[in-house]
Design a binder for this molecule. Sequence first.
Ligand code: F6R
Length: 247
Amino acid sequence: MKIICAHDYQDMSRKAANIISAQVIMKPNCVLGLATGGTPLGMYAQLINWYNKGDIDFSEVTTINLDEYRGLPREHEQSYWYFMHKNFFEHINIRLDHVYVPDGANTDAEKACKEYDEIIHRFGGVDMQLLGIGVDGHIGFNEPGAAFELGTHCVDLAESTIEANKRFFASADEVPRQAYTMGIKTIMQARKVLLIANGKAKAKAMRTAFFGPVTPAVPASILQMHPDLTVVADEEAWSECPEVIGQ
Ligand code: F6R
């Protein structure tokens, strides 16, 4: 596990963008696993900035997103498909037929998840998987208690996740109760994993995920077993980890 401590959100975003950028330069036709949420927004903005300067080319890249709300069509403003297009894909030269997000509009969960795993398999797996982390230690929508051996599957969202995500909807009632997510098995099969985090709210999750026992109670803790994991977080997110802050 490679641990990087950034000063603040902007520094975290630049460092993470550098790592993604290096991946794309080293393997222009790579498969990037991508995440939504507040954490990666600064990183996407930085990558767009470098793209505009001609420093990075996404024309051969394929992206496979972690998750999507079940029941939301692509056009819904809170769908992850919409998020990715608005915040990243529309601003770079990625081919839109190279972009994959689980099909939230397909309410046949078994079919939607099976098709997604087939897509990942068809591309030979993910070269670099980007992850954020939930306040309860979730990754993707793999909530505490999630089995480590699952591929893409349908999950019921935890109350804490509905609570955290309601800021994007008119009310908590409108947050979908289920989602399709890559499973822990899918995530662990990525050749490289890059997890990013910022802010005090994540401090406890960072401590239990990276300096506690590996347990399904903290889904991100399994990442300690990944052979090529990089964690970039700011000082606030590391604030409960003296092992890092003291370095
Ligand atoms: C997003 C995802 C989630 C988020 C996590 C952190 O695709 O799968 O696991 O990474 O909930 O969200 P933010 O970044 O909003 O704190």
